[in-house]
Design a protein around this ligand. Structure first.
Ligand SMILES: NC(=O)c1ccc[n+]([C@@H]2O[C@H](COP(=O)([O-])OP(=O)(O)OC[C@H]3O[C@@H](n4cnc5c(N)ncnc54)[C@H](OP(=O)(O)O)[C@@H]3O)[C@@H](O)[C@H]2O)c1
Length: 190
């Protein structure tokens, strides 16, 4: 059975974007990027909220991204090779290959993907992720905590879910980022 992994880069105070919507402070340096690439290499499917998809699709549509460094080229190739499912009520069509749009989040459909997929699945975008947590679908959280406090914005974890977690792995990087890999033990709405 494939795992469903929530993966996010967040500030120390738990935001993936600040109140102005900026997340340039979350951009990984070469060391972190290389680690992320290896972590994502086994992933076969990305589940995205529409906003997250819109920030990621440049990995296929903007060739200048891959040209910036070998790590960025590696990530662009990984990203393009994976399947994507984008959740949106408004997006008329996907602008990348291997991508399908779902108009609603159906937990049973995601359970079926987990049962049949040969490779792990990640879910990205805090609004979408809240649905996955509430349905008890998330098996692991991969959090990159960056050394910044932004004071508010888009919370990386949903507000009305209680989770008990087991730490499986951790890693610190030269730029002050810390990686935390947790397995979810149980989830329920608080
Ligand atoms: N820290 C980082 O490294 C990083 C990287 C990339 C992006 N970001 C930031 O992360 C944030 C993205 O998170 P977000 O919470 O705003 O957005 P999100 O979860 O990625 O996307 C929200 C959208 O997904 C769709 N959606 C969500 N739940 C749905 C459901 N049950 N059924 C159908 N569609 C559903 C809706 O699209 P429609 O409106 O089309 O219906 C909704 O507006 C942005 O602020 C972005 O700037 C941070």
């Amino acid at each position: 059975m494939a795992k469903l992994i929530y993966s996010a880069i967040a500030s120390l105070d738990g935001y993936t974007a600040d109140e102005a919507g900026n997340f340039d402070w979350a951009a990984p340096d070469e060391e972190v990027h290389g680690f992320i690439n290896d972590l994502e290499r086994p992933v076969g499917t990305y589940l995205y909220g529409r906003r997250m998809y819109e920030t990621m699709l440049g990995w296929e549509t903007d060739p200048t991204l891959a040209d910036q460094s070998p790590h960025m080229r590696d990530f662009a190739e990984l990203w393009q090779a994976a399947d994507k499912v984008v959740y949106s009520t408004t997006l008329p069509a996907a602008s990348t290959a291997r991508t399908r749009i779902e108009r609603a989040f159906d937990p049973e459909a995601v359970r079926r993907i987990k049962t049949t997929a040969g490779r792990d699945i990640t879910v990205g975008g805090p609004e979408l992720v809240a649905h996955a947590f509430k349905a008890g679908l998330v098996d692991e959280c991969h959090l990159f905590v960056t050394p910044i406090v932004v004071g508010g914005g888009k919370q990386s974890l949903p507000g009305n879910v209680r989770l008990e977690l087991e730490l499986l792995d951790d890693r610190r990087f030269g730029n002050g980022t810390v990686f935390l890999r947790y397995r979810t033990r149980s989830s329920r709405r608080s």
